[in-house]
Design a protein around this ligand. Structure first.
Ligand code: ZN
Length: 74
């Protein structure tokens, strides 16, 4: 599967980068990194090329990047 140009541009982008127009939030889950550090993982699905992405939103993960996801989405 070839990612669309918008998805190709997202690879290794910082999570501060907004999802592109065809990338829609599918679900998100709370995560606990430690007793004091928490955040969320958001799962996205591209409605143009079908690529799945995840990004970690957490204060303790300032250097997180967009990552392709293989999590089965309902
Ligand atoms: Zn795409």
């Amino acid at each position: 599967m070839t990612p669309c140009p918008d998805c190709a541009a997202l690879r290794d982008a910082p999570t501060s980068t907004s999802p592109h127009a065809n990338l829609l939030l599918h679900s998100d889950v709370a995560i606990n990194f430690s007793a004091t550090a928490t955040g969320r993982v958001e799962y996205y699905l591209c409605h143009r090329c079908g690529a799945q992405w995840e990004r970690t939103r957490a204060r303790s993960e300032p250097d997180a990047t967009w990552r392709s996801s293989s999590k089965p989405l309902d």
